[in-house]
Each structure stands twice: as C-alpha cells, then as structure tokens.
Design a protein around this ligand. Sequence first.
Ligand code: ATP
Length: 585
Amino acid sequence: MKYQVVAAAYRDLEQASGRLILIDRLAVLLAQTPEELLPKVCYLCQGLVAPEFAAVDLGLAEKLALRAVATATGVEPVEVVAAVREAGDLGQAAEQLLAATAGEREPSLHVDTVVDTLHEIARAGGSGSQGRKLGLLADLLALATPLEARYLLRLVTGNLRLGIGTPTILDALAQVYTGSRKDRPVLERAYNICCDLGLVAATLASGGLTAVQKLQVRAGNPVRVMLAQRLSDAGEILTRLGGQCMAEYKYDGMRLQAHRTADGHIELFTRRQERVSSQFPDVVELLQTGLGPREAILEGEVVAYDAAAGELRPFQEVMFRRRKHGIAEAARDVPIGLFCFELLYADGEDFTGLPYLERRTRLADAITLSDRLRLTTAMEVATAPALDAAFEQAVADGSEGLVCKATGSTAIYQAGARGWLWIKLKRDYRTELADTVDLVVVGAYAGRGRRRGTYGAVLLAAYNPDAELYQTVGRCGTGFSDAELAALPARLAPLIRAERPARVDSRVPADVWFEPSLVLEVLSAELTLSPNHTAGWGQLKDDGGLSMRFPRFTGRWRDDKEPQDATTSQQLVELYRTARRAPAD
Ligand code: ATP
C-alpha cells in the first residue's frame, strides 16, 4: 500500500468537519488497507508509529528535519527557513519546495517503508546518530510526493494533529469490519484496557468481535484510568450509589499505575500513560519488596508523606523538589508514600470485571503493607451523617476529601470512563460557589498596555466527547503571574494555527487560534447563560450556552491531562444546575 493513500486521507480529514464525514473518510482508508498493515495505518491515523505508551521517540528536532528538507530538495537551509516562515509550518513549506523541484514525481513510497524507516530513525543513537537520522529522513523525502512530504514532516516533528480522536477511528473500524457503528463500545472497552489501537484493529480483523470481546488487560499495556463524578451532597451521593458505599480518602498526589511484567520489571505510568519509573525510584523500590504477584497491575496515589508522624504533606513539595534539586535529593528530603486503591490484574487473571469489594480483597492480599506502602483508608457507610463524618475525618487527616465507591455486584472497573460508580466529594465544593474546572486553551487575545508583547487573555473551552468538539466557555486573563504571562507566547507558539481548528466550536473571534492541547485549572465565581459561548449549547436554553463569570487561573497547568480529559460541557451543565438548586451558603 502506497503512503500516498494515507496522505490523501490525511488531507481530506484535515479539511473535513462533522463527525460522520470524518468516520466515512476514515472507513474508506481502513477498507483499502490490507490486514497486515492495519495496525500501522491505525497508528498513523493517531499521528504515531506505535502505541503512545511505547514512547517511540524519533529524536528529530525541527532543526534537523529542516536540514533534511534542504538536503532532499537541494535548496539552502536558509531558504527552507524562509519558506517555513511564509507557509506557517515545516510540512507545508516542504510541500511547496518539493512541488517546485519534484512536482511530477509519481507516488512510490510504501507505508511499510515509511514506518520501518521512522522506527530506524528512533533507534539511531550514540555518536553520529544525528547525521544518521538526517540521512534516513532525507532519503524518504527524496522519494516523497509533495503531499507525502507535508505529512511526513508533521509526523516526525510531532505536529500531525489531525484532531481526530480515537473514538472516531474506532467507529470507522466498527463500520468497516462489523458493518455498523453499533458495536463500537466493544472496541472501546478493548482499547481502554490495552491502549493499543493496532492490537484492537488486528484482533478485530483476524478474529472478529468475539476475539475483541475476549481481549484482557495485560501487564505492560497501560489501562485507561477510571475516573470519578462529583457531587457535593452526602445524601445525593448515597442515593446515586444505591444507599451505601465505601468512602475512601482522596489523597492529593499523583496517580500512578504500576505494572510488573513477567521479567520482573516494574514500570510506572501516569494517567496519561507516560512512563515515570525513573522519576519515582522510591516507588519502584517499595513495590519490588511489597508487591506479591509476579505479574501485576496496581493503582495508587503517590503522596508526600511523613511516615514517622503519619502525616500527609502537600504534593507540590515533591514536584518542586524534583525539579529543583533532582530525584535522589528529593527522595531523601521529601519522602513519599504510595496509597494503593486498585488491583487490575495479577498472574494471568484480569480483575477489571470483578466487583469493587472483590478487587479490594485481592489488592489487600497482593501487597505486604509497610510504613510507606499503604492501602487507602476506606470506610463502609450507609447514612448521610456517617458519610459527612467520614468526610470531616478525611479532611482533618490531611486528605482532599473522599472518593465514594459503589459496592454492588455491578461495580466493575470502568476503564477510561468517568461514570457514577465513583463519586468524589472534595473540600472546595462545599466552600466555593463554583469548583475549579480544567479547561483547554483554544485561542488568545493580544495584550495591551503592561501586557503588550504577550497575551492579555486566553479563550477557554470545555470538551464535548459526543461531538468531539472543544466548546468555548469564556475568556480568562486573571490569575496569571507576570512570569507566567511572559512565558505564555513561547508555551503556546507550537500550537498556533492560521485558522480556527475544525474541532474548536466557537461563536466568538480570537486574535490567535490554537490546536486544543494545553489544559489549565480555573476557578470561576459563577456560570451564566450566554449567547456567545458554545459549551452546553441548547441544553439549558435554545439559543445559548454557558459562560464563566470572573474566571481566574489558579496557577495550575494540568500537564497531567490530555485535552480530552478536560472538564466536559456536560459537567458544566451539571455544575450550573447544581449551583442553581443549592446556592452556596
Ligand atoms: P482532581 O482535579 O480532583 O484531581 P481529576 O480530574 O484529576 O480530579 P478525578 O476523577 O476527578 O480526577 O478524581 C480522581 C483522582 O483522585 C484519581 O485520578 C486519583 O488521582 C485521585 N485519588 C486520590 N485518592 C483516591 C482514591 N482513594 N481512589 C481513587 N482515586 C483517588
């Protein structure tokens, strides 16, 4: 299969908007793809050459890619720089330069060649590796058509950003291999437990839906994490959870998913599936001694913890120290503790389909507790006063609040879902009129006066997973420190787009548009109905959405969140309804 076929699909996808059109176009591509190439083409649609958690790093900075373009087209690097400046990105610049030098070239590159060469580029290391990477990329470009060059360069510099989410690709796979989209949830479950679209696609193509249904979690493949809904009333929480629940302390740290594979290696993943074992050697050590099963997947919250005093500390201390003093010193000065709350797999057995209480028993059996390797504190409660008391106790003990977990027989581990089996109750829900929300930066406005040269405000959006759209909810220019403001343009520069990205749903203009990527935490005094913003459009009022009053950046960038993990439009609608029903006292 020629790479040109993929490049042509990219071009169509980039121009299309509307989910059904995207799915249909992807389906055409996938139907054209021979079975043995399906995993590779799926990764390419994600802008990758392997599953994201495999963390294949091409190690190709834009500068090097630029030199490869110069070599392949025979123009001077300064001319490539000028073309980039004019065209806006390296991909487009390469396309234009190739059109001038080799516009008539027939497509000859194969998908296999492209992907294999990119893996070779990633593997090149040690002395002379830069030259080798450059040579390999230049060789590819010397065979590429202008359109292929555009996407090759965006792919290698990590800027493909077609904006199609994995659910859309799963829809297209379902359409091609099962004849309709109705079985997408089966594919989605499989993806959520292995994070490998290529594996799901290959299993579907070779064994059909039945084989996909049989896929199980496996040590080494991160599982997409289960998340919690939020409510602020103990009675309401209990009603939602069937009259009783297990109230677990909500520790304020960082969630880690630990995998021990059959070779004894322990890998730690963040909730975004980044590998962080090297940042937490102390956690790896704890698990090496305390984790029983040979193979296992366990989840816990790593926190700053003074074991001698039994005291939880602010987690920022850990992160700050690591950045400032390095990992070894931080491990000594700010000791951590791991509070475990899930066991998803052990020695060949997948526990994700078991009810919570059973998983908890297996978890308790699987670890040998120590000072720093702990289970989350958990209490079974069945009345609102008992839940309130548990909350007060949790806060008094230095935790953020509670995660209330359903205990019934259907309370499975819902990988990748923010369902109603877990409901969080945090301190700030009760004291603030509105809670913090995590929003995506989609645009910005030029600063004036003291803010000249940087941005004066950013345009923020919530995520609507059903429509795969980022829907605006207002501008925010408050809460940024001077240093933060000064750093904004550089932070946002790689995300600038000449036009509003198709996935950004906005009725207001912006001076600059960004690819939705960065997430920040905002505190807003109130949510109000607005004819200008699109979050929750039509849900509370026919021709209106929601906007924030007096939004304020809390200073916290949520680098641990993907844009799809931001607060959803639906959550904003619920926050609005809750605030109307129970105004803060
Ligand atoms: P927040 O902004 O409140 O941290 P979030 O959006 O990051 O929330 P939520 O689903 O709202 O994620 O809250 C669940 C998070 O709380 C988990 O991802 C985990 O990091 C943390 N946590 C702390 N203690 C527990 C616990 N006992 N059980 C489950 N998660 C816990």
